[in-house]
Structure formats: structure tokens, C-alpha cells
Design a protein around this ligand. Sequence first.
Ligand code: 2Q2
Length: 326
Amino acid sequence: MFPLTRRQFGGLAGAAAATTLLPHQRARAEEVLRFSHIANEDNTWHLGALEFARLVEEKTNGEVVCEVYPNSSLGTERETLEGIPLGLADLTITSDSMAQWAPSILAMSHCFLFRDSDHVLRFMESELADQIKQEVISQARLRPIGYFLRGPRYLTSKRPINTIDDVQGFKLRVPNVPMFIDDWSAIGANPTPMAFAEVFGAMQQGVIDGQENPFALIDSAKFYEVQDYVNLTAHVRQAIYVVIGDDRLQAMRPEHQDAVMEAAAEMQAYERDLFWAKETELEEVLKGHGMEFIETELGPFVEAVQNVIPEKHPELVEAVEAIQAM
Ligand code: 2Q2
């Protein structure tokens, strides 16, 4: 997009944003890693990131430390991705937003592709996912070191979406990922890419009609304050990677690299338990915040996206078929 200066990149960072290190921690450290993500302090992504920071410090006797910046406080997802090669951040939580470097990752974002969480997990452990990971490493110079399972994405709105007719022309914020734009255009909505940090304000001001995300982000970002309905679309099921700048990782001492990889594996398991505990209660939590749940009639939505892959992404036909067969 545009080159970022250090000042612009850190521009949003409030003093209280990061888990800042104590002076003695910084003084002893050989490496200070910066972990930037879009969720807030209540989200399990953040708790996972904090656990990673704790583990990496413990495993290296404080030689490697990690500062965690939640809430896009070090930059939006895109700014972080562009900032990692410049040394402005080191780790983040991301997936299909890397499509500009690794186009095959887009297969993960197609609506109604994955049937359930087990299907997503089978894919994440598959050879196809390994190939995608290799593409990410070689093209984006980002190394996935773990991943978080996510709940299904649901459309939120200020009026109920019962049928596909209700979503025609709906001004829908989507992440800046081509597959979301193509699928939702085929459905008849009016998808607009926007950074996550801007979504709350855009809904509050009525610039957009709604957004779509898993329960966890709907809750932690407090979207229930500006949206009334959770429409049970479950249109995208995914996992999301924790990535580290590969050049930064390769420049570390081998024992530090090992510590990073071990800490990441432990973080993944730690977050997974928190995720499941939370996910099972989130429907009630959101209802408690006044959101109403709508059983949207999904058949026509599924029908509408049938031709998106062959027509807009013929290069993904094979990957999508392989995923369907998993
Ligand atoms: O709505 C968002 O911004 C997130 O839930 C996105 O799915 C996420 O950040 C992806 O863009 C990851 O590449």
C-alpha cells in the first residue's frame, strides 16, 4: 500500500497498550520481539500471545522477551504485515490477509466450504495446508509457528436477515480479502473492505450496515453495542496462523529459535482449551448483551456462491475440491 514510517506505524500505540517490559527485563534481553494483533485484552488470542511471551522468556532465561500489543495498537493487520519486513513488528495473528503474497491461502476463505471444526482441523494438518504454509514462508517471508481454531463467522446487523432478500445491497464490512468480496458480491450484498479497528465506529455512524465475524470477536470488540442481530450464517470456518517474520527468526541463535517454536506449540494448545471453554458460552453471553439470534435460511446463500471459484478463482478449483474431499 504505502511505506510506513516508524512514527506512523506506532502512531496508535497508547502508553497502556502493550504489555510493556520491566526495565530489568529489557536490559537482560538479547532479543525483544513485538507481537501485534487486532483483538482486545479479553480475547483468547491475546491470552495466547501473553502465554507465548511468558514461555519464550522462561525458556531462554530472559534472553528473548516479547511485548504484546493488542487492539491494533501497533498497527492494523495490514500495517503489521507490511511492517514486519521493516522490523516494526515481529509476530502477528493472520491468515487470508496474506493472499497478496500467497494466493492459494484464499481457498480457506470460501463460504460454506468447511463443514465443521473437525473438517477445518483435518485441513490444517493436511499436506495441502503444508503447501500453503510453504508458499507463505517463501513469498511473504512470514513463518506460521502455530494456529488458533476459530468459531464460524456470523453476519451481524441492525435488522434481522431472514432470507437472502434481506441482504441485497447490505453495506457489509469485510476484511481486505478478495474471496470475501467475491462471495458476498455473488450473494448480492455490497461488501466493503475495512480494517478491523475501524469497524465499530463505522457501524456506530451507519457508514456500514454490519459486519461478519466469529462470536469471539463480536463479543470482545463489543459489537453488541451497535448491532442487534446475530444471523446464524456460519458462512466461513477457519483457523488463523500465528506468524513470525522469517528473516528475524532465522537471524536468532538456534537455541532461541527452538524456544520460539516450543513456546508457539504450547501457546497453541493453551489457547485451544481457552477457545473451547469460551466458545461454548458465547451464544448466551451475546444474548445477555441483548443480541437476538436469527435462523437465516441458508440454501440460497450456498447456491449463490457455487460459481465463484470456477468463475473468479479457477486457479483454486483443485484446492477447493481437495478440501471438500477431506
Ligand atoms: O474481521 C477481521 O478482520 C478478522 O476476523 C479477519 O478474519 C482476520 O483478521 C483475517 O483478515 C486474517 O487474515
